[in-house]
Design a binder for this molecule. Structure first.
Ligand code: COA
Length: 377
């Protein structure tokens, strides 16, 4: 029997993260996600994923400096971004930029440990700059130069808006990055590892990952959640009616359900709290109120059907990002920026203990056919 969707198939070992789907728990490198989200920054989590331990102050300062030093886009990449269509999908932009970066790296094919580390830092530093630069260029604005003294979260918001965000917003962005940094053998990580498994290069592997994250069943769901919230808001239909109608016509409600979690995604719990804080400060709780109503109806509907479908990370990230002033179609690009340390950490593991990833398919086609001359077919 084919393992459709590879559900339950263990394809390798990893020290990076563990998901207890039944109990809604997630750990990165031994630490509970809740603890990390409350007490660390994105750079500390990068260090944890790349080194297997949390940094001391000196190690953190050094990594922060290394990331900051790699943020500026080379002129060729910036020119390329300027040439992209203004209505391009930002995920297509990141996919293309990542691929192009490989062409400018003379050591692209060197998969030695120091080179892997250098590329992990480079990609983690460049993706936020490329995302912000594309967004500003399409809005007819000049890209904003990154600032070395700011952390990834603060600098990203600064590059998007051209002004520094306040502490609540920076911390919210930082926690969102921490929450998205790593998540086991998910589809995009697997895609990255499959590419690396052929001994192809890091840029190719991350390009595969970005293309995979783009889909609405994976990272693209956060955009679809916002589409849903807007649609309900504009339609005048109650969330209850809308959800029932969607489920009745066989549609999936975006931001719910997960291959591994059969309980609430712990990342959604942290994001819900953040949403409360940032929306109260912004004086705009519309999206959160709507989200809460949808969650309640989905809870009732799924319980009635005996299904274990709960909110996932994308459900609340949509309204959090909207309140941060991030354009809806950038949400998945923000996910990609945040997941780069996780993807690259998996590549360290893959190259260190590689075996070509090559499953099989169960053949269900015909057999024994004979080729007829073309005139007789
Ligand atoms: N809304 C309504 N029903 C859902 C659902 C959703 N979001 N997600 C799953 N279900 C139902 C399916 O219809 C299926 O019902 P059935 O057994 O009666 O056919 C059952 O739950 C199991 O779904 P399945 O497709 O086997 O789960 P999966 O593990 O293959 O898919 C997702 C997981 C994430 C792709 C799926 O839950 C989904 O499409 N969610 C919406 C998109 C999303 O938010 N993605 C982000 C994930 S972080």
């Amino acid at each position: 029997m084919a393992a459709k969707g590879l559900e339950g198939v263990v394809v390798g070992q990893s020290r990076l993260s563990w998901i207890d789907g039944a109990n809604g728990e997630l750990i990165y490198g031994g630490y509970d996600i809740d603890d990390l989200a409350r007490n660390t920054t994105f750079e500390e989590v990068c260090y944890l994923l790349w080194n297997g331990a949390l940094p001391n102050q000196q190690q953190l300062d050094e990594l922060s400096r290394e990331i900051a030093a790699q943020r500026r886009l080379r002129p060729e990449i910036l020119e390329m971004i300027r040439a992209f269509p203004g209505d391009a999908d930002p995920m297509a932009v990141l996919r293309t930029v990542t691929s192009a970066l490989g062409m400018y790296d003379p050591n692209a094919d060197d998969n030695s440990e120091p080179e892997l580390r250098r590329k992990a830092i480079l990609l983690t530093a460049q993706l936020p700059t490329a995302t912000a630069a594309y967004d500003r260029i399409r809005r007819g604005l000049e890209p904003v130069e990154p600032r070395d003294e700011l952390g990834t979260a603060a600098n990203f918001l600064y590059m998007l808006n051209g002004e520094e965000a306040n502490e609540t917003r920076i911390r919210t962005m930082d926690v969102a990055l921490v929450l998205h940094a790593e998540h086991g053998m998910n589809a995009s990580t697997f895609a990255a590892r499959v590419t690396a498994g052929t001994l192809s290069d890091v840029y190719s592997a991350i390009t595969s990952a970005i293309g995979t994250l783009k889909g609405p069943s994976h990272g693209g769901a956060n955009v679809e959640v916002m589409n849903m919230l807007r649609e309900i808001d504009e339609s005048g239909t109650s969330p209850k009616e809308w959800v029932r109608e969607a489920l009745g016509s066989g549609r999936r409600v975006m931001g719910f359900g997960h291959r591994v979690y059969k309980a609430t995604d712990p990342r959604a719990t942290v994001l819900r709290e953040l949403a409360d804080k940032i929306m109260a400060e912004a004086g705009e709780t519309r999206w959160l109120d709507l989200s809460d109503q949808i969650r309640t109806v989905m809870g009732e509907e799924m319980e009635a059907k005996g299904k274990k479908i709960y909110p996932n990370v994308d459900f609340f990230s949509a309204s959090v990002y909207t309140t941060l002033g991030i354009e809806m179609d950038l949400f998945t690009a923000v996910f990609a920026m945040a997941r780069t340390p996780g993807w690259t950490a998996h590549l360290f593991e893959q190259y260190a203990n590689n075996r070509l990833i090559r499953p099989e398919a169960e053949y269900v086609g015909p057999r024994g056919l004979r080729v007829k001359p073309i005139a007789e077919r």
